[in-house]
Design a protein around this ligand. Structure first.
Ligand code: NAD
Ligand code: TYD
Length: 351
């Protein structure tokens, strides 16, 4: 049994689906079901005894302690977070609350459970914290990629709150001996990605005939990894990572935003041409840049490759094609997310 938090969000849900596709070890999935948590993503697991979705907050110590005591997981994997930089600029409060205060509370609940375990289970237990490359700040064009010992220099409320949570996780290991692992991954993309983030937003807007808003000059660089490769890295770190260590996860796929948008447009031109046969890139519009916008992220994932033998399965070309195709094949998922129909469902289901 493992306890996953935030497992109805983009990466967490992909993780749960992949986990149960390759093994039978049950998953307790604790998710607050914020706007970003979508039980419809987990619909294929309805009635599956291996998966239990519990609506709740990682900061609810009574609930978390009860779940731990009842289900006795051998590991906790913490995906739960507020994750969107633009939202963190408009309203940082929720980011401080969930990413920092929530992680603190979760660590305390887990510490209480873990310290009372029998010695063999105590030694085998793991707390894996899922974090981001954004904690390292921004790189100049020719700087080397972030390693695990790069300075922590977060620039947005989102990345600052994630950096704070990483520090707490580290401290709970050094001070209390909690057996923790931390992964810092680059930008993910793939199925079930909420259409507020760059790639799904561009696909969804393009198909709806809307503008494709590119911030500033569109030359900001991100390092992109297909979500299922992130999930395989997490499984590998959980299995064999050294306690207290940080593992950077990335795909060596640095791309400028404008190149990403052009790639998405070209794939849509091929797979779902516009009715007027004009190219989707005609919909690109340049909009005001994000305040404090990080210029470049790049991840050096060699530690994970060297120590644990992990390698991504997808190239950017194969992953982005799958992703665009997935959105074309799942218009109902997109429509529900956009219409708020899934919110209604959540209210009904979890009232
Ligand atoms: P997401 O926003 O899609 O999902 C977050 C999930 O957490 C949602 O299901 C939400 O309901 C849940 N949640 C939020 N607050 C909660 C709380 N207080 N208690 C319980 N559940 C709560 O985010 P994502 O893109 O899936 O990211 C998952 C994790 O991976 C985050 O920690 C994020 O920082 C990290 N990460 C994301 C990326 C990326 O590119 N998306 C890259 C590296 C790391
Ligand atoms: P995003 O998907 O929000 O991820 P992050 O900010 O965590 O890297 O954005 C990826 C990049 O795309 C980032 O440089 C901001 C840019 N961007 C746009 O140009 N237009 C958009 O509409 C969005 C959502 C993002």
């Amino acid at each position: 049994m493992i306890l996953v938090t935030g497992g109805a969000g983009f990466i967490g849900a992909n993780f749960v689906l992949d986990w149960l596709a390759i093994q039978d070890e049950p998953v307790i999935n604790l998710d607050k079901l914020t706007y970003a948590g979508n039980p419809e993503t987990l619909q294929s697991l309805q009635g599956d005894a291996r998966h239990t979705l519990v609506q709740g907050d990682i900061g609810n110590a009574a609930l978390v302690s009860k779940l731990l005591a009842t289900h006795q997981p051998r590991a906790v994997i913490n995906f739960a977070a507020e994750s969107h930089v633009d939202r963190s600029i408009h309203g940082p409060g929720e980011f401080i609350q969930t990413n920092i205060v929530g992680t603190f509370s979760l660590l305390e609940s887990v510490r209480g459970y873990w310290s009372a375990l029998p010695a063999d289970q105590k030694a085998a237990f793991r707390f894996l914290h899922v974090s981001t490359d954004e904690v390292y700040g921004s790189l100049a064009k020719d700087d080397p990629a972030f390693t695990e010992s790069s300075h922590i220099e977060p620039n947005s409320p989102y990345s600052a709150s994630k950096a704070a949570s990483d520090h707490l996780v580290r401290a709970w290991h050094h001070t209390y001996g909690l057996p923790v692992l931390t992964t810092n991954c680059s930008n993910n993309y793939g199925p079930y990605h909420f259409p507020e983030k760059l790639i799904p937003l561009m696909i969804v807007n393009a198909l709806a005939g809307k503008n494709l808003p590119v911030y500033g000059d569109g030359q900001q660089i991100r390092d992109w990894l297909y979500v299922k490769d992130h999930c395989s890295a997490i499984r590998r770190v959980l299995e064999a990572g050294r306690l207290g260590e940080i593992y950077n996860v990335g795909g060596w796929n640095e791309k400028a935003n404008l190149e990403i948008v052009h790639t998405v447009c070209a794939l849509l031109d091929e797979l779902r041409p516009r009715a007027d046969a004009k190219p989707y890139k005609d919909q690109i519009t340049y909009v005001t840049d994000r305040p404090g916008h990080d210029r470049r992220y790049a991840i050096d994932a060699r530690k994970l490759e060297r120590e644990l033998g992990w390698k991504p399965a997808e190239t950017f070309d194969s992953g982005i094609r799958k992703t665009v195709q997935w959105y074309l094949d799942h218009p109902e998922w997109v429509a529900h997310v956009q219409s708020g129909a899934y919110r209604d469902w959540v209210q009904k289901q979890y009232a």
